[in-house]
Design a protein around this ligand. Sequence first.
Ligand SMILES: *Cc1c(COP(=O)(O)O)cnc(C)c1O
Length: 457
Amino acid sequence: MSLKNVTRMYLSEDEIPRHWYNMRADMRQKPDPMLHPGTGRPVSAEDLGAVFCKELVRQELDADTRLVDIPEELLDFYKSTRPTPLIRARFLEKELDTPAEIYYKFEGNNTSGSHKLNSAAAQVYYAKKEGLKNLTTETGAGQWGTALAMACAFFKIGLTVYMVKVSSQQKPYRKAVIETFGANLIQSPSETTEIGKRILAENPGTGGSLGCAVSEALEAAMKTPSCRYVLGSVMDHVLLHQSIIGQECKTALDKYGIEPNIIIGCAGGGSNFGGLIAPFIGEKIKEKTSTRFITVEPASCPSLTRGRFAYDFGDTGKTTPLIKMYTLGSSYIPPTEHSGGLRYHGMNPTISKLFNDGYIEGRNVKQTDVFRAALQFAKIEGILPAPESSHAIWAAIDEALECKKRNEKKVILFSLSGTGSFDLAAYMSYMEGTMADSIPTDADLEKGFATLPVVSI
Ligand SMILES: *Cc1c(COP(=O)(O)O)cnc(C)c1O
């Protein structure tokens, strides 16, 4: 049997890459810098250092170093769940009767259930190294809060998670896992911060929002001694940590002599997609490959496919630096949607730049189509996918069927970023036929664009 005919591309512990891949180093034109909203000038390490750990700020601002060492102690932690499986979807290929080969990288085999643990562990490691005692963060869908709680338990550092109140009520088991790992979970908005009190006074009985939880977590980090704030996506340092996904894929595919033609990932803030493509996109920029790179987002929150490329705030409270990205406007509240992890108004600035420069493609899909693909995949491949990840499944199936039409033998690689074990309410809603699709009209989007800050540089 040739190496090419296996179902699982095995890597040993020793083959885990020792470096993260900073794809900004391969870009001819770098993403535009973040701006200080007060002065309109690029933010300095000092500005960012007030809320973020020093090493993470350094990584955020470094657009030139291609390979960044993964610290030894962190590699040891990674080994508890990595390398993650890279699997050929043979049964799905057969069912679709496609000449295409489909491979997926599965990041959901850890208790937190998603790729977010890769960056959570890195961020907590650096916080600990810096001598910090506490971290704060927000969580919406709950995957980030869970991953961070796991990492904080392991590296023994305190954590307060502001969880959007409606989410914590809808997903009581997410809340329970976060608390099991020892984190202090506060439903947001809360009485523990000034901003929370203000929001509660203005809107008694509100279920909260991600933007509000961000503002509370930021305020708490500033007020608590020896404490910083951490973020689970959007920032370039998060993409750097997630490049372990792409690095492992590249190592394994090279070992088995396989070259991908189409690389697909879902995109909320862009971290699993960015991590997946990191070691591959350089060849595209150098025009040495015709590989296609495809992001998939929900039709309800189409930042790349229908947004504007502009400077905008990262949060609803308009407290972050200005980021040049594809955005729907920081005040855009997407319709309720089961892929909570994809409900973000903006997009990572590097992914935004690559999209604007034509190196990557964007697609959007409505959630009933996503769940149809999720069920098809679950039944034949035996993994219950996260609704977020199922956006990538949908596109992989679509591309595989296109290959069938044209009788092309392409190699498709996609990121299966997590499991759907905590999303069964969404699966039930799909099966009962009560799931709705809500797609914003152009007029809905205009309202969000109208709130974009005016920036002159
Ligand atoms: C958070 C999340 C996403 C979206 O975030 P990105 O930063 O775009 O990767 C995708 N899939 C899963 C399973 C998630 O938890």
